[in-house]
Design a protein around this ligand. Structure first.
Ligand SMILES: *[C@@H]1O[C@H](CO)[C@@H](O)[C@H](O)[C@H]1NC(C)=O
Ligand SMILES: *[C@@H]1O[C@H](CO)[C@@H](O)[C@H](O)[C@H]1NC(C)=O
Ligand SMILES: *[C@@H]1O[C@H](CO)[C@@H](O)[C@H](O)[C@H]1NC(C)=O
Length: 384
C-alpha cells in the first residue's frame, strides 16, 4: 500500500514537472489568420469543413469566391480580384480588404494571396500519394478533363498518356498530370530535373509552415491543432466528399509504376513532404503523445458520429433527400453524404449540421452571411 502511495506521489511529481513545459508549447491565443491551399482529391474538403466551422463559430471573415463563382479563379493563377469584396471600387480605391481565412480552390500565387491575407498568416496545405490522387482525379474529372474523356480506364490512359493528353489543350487538363504541383502554382509539364525540383520544394518549404499528408489524416489533424492552438472539437470532422467503395478503382502494379513516372513531380513533392511531416511529428510530439492524441481524436469523432448521424456510415449522396446536405456528384464518382439523426436539440443540431454540410452549400451560406446585400450564390446542381 505504502509503495503504491509512494509511486503515485512520485508519478505526480513527475507529471507536475513536465506539465508546465507541455503547456508552454501550446500557449497563446488560437491562430485565426490562415491560408489553406486546397489541393484536389486529397481529403481537402474535410479540412475545408473544419476551417468553415471555425470561421463561422468565431465570426471570422473568409476570402470567398466573387459573384456566382465557386472557386477562387481555379485553374487560372490566383489574383486578388477573384475574392468577393477584396478590391474597392471607385477612382481612388484603397488597399485591398484583408480576410482571416482563405481556403477555397485556387492556383497558388503568393504576391496576390498576400494582398488579401494579413502579415503573419499561417499557411498550410495537404498532399496525397500521387497514385491514389490520380486515380481519384480520373474518376472525378472523367467527363471534364479532355485527357481523361477518351480513355476507357486509368490503366489504358497510363499505357499511352500522350495519346490522350495534350499540354496545349488548355487548363482543363491540369487535373490529369502533376495536379498538386500545378495547384502550388508550378508547371505540371516541366521535366522533373533535380535542380528545378529542389528549388521549388525549397520555395514551398519557406512559405508553408505545415504540409499535411492525407494518408495520415488523424495525425495531421493532431499536428494542425497543436500549431493553431485550437480545441480538440475544432479539428474533429467527418469525411466529406469521399467516394463510395464501388467507385474506387485499383491500378495494376504496372499501372502504379506508370502513374509515378507520369506524375513524377507530384511524386517528388509527396516523398519530400511525407518525410518532413514525420520529422515534425517526431520532433514535436513523440510516438506516445501522438498515439494518445490520435486516440482522443478518434474517440471524439465516434462520439459525434453516434450523436449526429442516423447510421454511423455515410450513404450514397444521390439518395439524400435534404438538398442542404446532398453533395455534388461528379464524373463516375458516387460521392457520399450524411443523414442526421432525427429529434436533435437545437444546439446539437447546429453542431451536427455544420459537420455534414457539403462544401458548396456551406460556401453559399457563408457568402450570404458575409454579404447579405449581394445576390445569394446559386447552387446549379440542386436546381434540376
Ligand atoms: C461579425 O463580424 C462583423 C465584421 O466582420 C461584424 O460587423 C459583426 O457585428 C460581427 N458579429 C458578431 C455576432 O460578432
Ligand atoms: C494539341 O492541341 C492543340 C491546340 O488545341 C492542337 O493544335 C494540336 O494539334 C494538338 N496536338 C495533338 C498531338 O493532338
Ligand atoms: C511516408 O513516411 C512514413 C514514415 O516515415 C513511411 O513509413 C512511409 O513509407 C512513407 N511513404 C512513402 C510513400 O514513402
Amino acid at each position: 500500500m505504502l509503495a503504491v502511495l509512494l509511486l503515485v506521489g512520485l508519478l505526480h511529481v513527475h507529471v507536475k514537472l513536465f506539465q508546465p513545459q507541455l503547456r508552454a508549447e501550446v500557449q497563446g491565443p488560437p491562430v485565426t489568420n490562415i491560408m489553406f491551399l486546397k489541393t484536389h482529391k486529397t481529403a481537402s474538403s474535410t479540412v475545408l469543413n473544419i476551417l468553415y466551422r471555425f470561421a463561422e463559430m468565431h465570426n471570422l471573415s473568409v476570402a470567398l469566391p466573387s459573384g456566382p463563382n465557386i472557386h477562387l479563379g481555379y485553374p487560372w493563377l490566383f489574383v486578388a480580384r477573384y475574392v468577393e469584396g477584396a478590391l474597392q471600387a471607385g477612382p481612388h480605391p484603397g488597399p485591398p480588404r484583408q480576410f482571416n481565412i482563405m481556403c477555397n480552390h485556387l492556383r497558388f500565387n503568393l504576391p496576390e494571396v498576400q494582398k488579401v491575407m494579413p502579415k503573419g498568416t499561417f499557411y498550410f496545405s495537404i498532399l496525397r500519394h500521387p497514385v491514389t490522387q490520380l486515380e481519384s482525379s480520373f474518376t472525378y474529372y472523367k467527363d471534364f478533363a479532355p485527357a481523361f474523356r477518351a480513355a476507357s480506364s486509368l490503366d489504358a490512359f497510363l499505357q499511352a498518356p500522350h495519346r490522350f493528353y495534350n499540354a496545349s489543350a488548355g487548363l482543363r487538363n491540369a487535373y490529369a498530370r502533376n495536379s498538386m504541383w500545378f495547384d502550388l502554382g508550378f508547371d505540371g509539364d516541366a521535366p522533373a530535373e533535380d535542380a528545378y525540383v529542389r528549388a521549388r520544394l525549397a520555395e514551398v518549404e519557406r512559405r508553408f509552415q505545415l504540409v499535411l499528408i492525407a494518408e495520415h489524416f488523424d495525425e495531421s489533424m493532431v499536428l494542425l491543432r497543436r500549431r493553431l492552438r485550437w480545441r480538440l472539437d475544432d479539428v474533429v470532422a467527418f469525411r466529406l466528399n469521399a467516394r463510395s467503395p464501388r467507385s474506387v478503382a485499383r491500378l495494376s502494379p504496372l499501372g502504379r509504376e506508370r502513374a509515378l513516372s507520369w506524375s513524377a513531380l507530384d511524386w517528388r513533392l509527396y516523398l519530400h513532404f511525407n518525410r518532413t511531416f514525420w520529422a515534425r511529428v517526431r520532433a514535436e510530439l513523440g510516438p506516445r503523445r501522438l498515439r494518445a492524441e490520435v486516440e482522443q481524436l478518434r474517440a471524439r469523432r465516434q462520439k459525434l458520429q453516434t450523436l449526429c448521424l442516423q447510421d454511423r456510415l455515410p450513404r450514397s449522396g444521390a439518395s439524400i433527400a435534404d438538398p442542404q446536405l446532398r453533395p455534388y456528384q461528379s464524373g463516375d464518382a458516387d460521392i457520399l453524404g450524411y443523414v442526421l439523426r432525427p429529434g436533435l436539440d437545437k444546439a446539437t443540431l447546429q453542431l451536427c449540421q455544420r459537420m455534414v454540410t457539403p462544401e458548396v452549400q456551406y460556401m453559399a451560406r457563408l457568402y450570404s452571411l458575409q454579404f447579405p446585400q449581394k445576390p445569394p450564390k446559386r447552387i446549379p446542381f440542386l436546381e434540376h
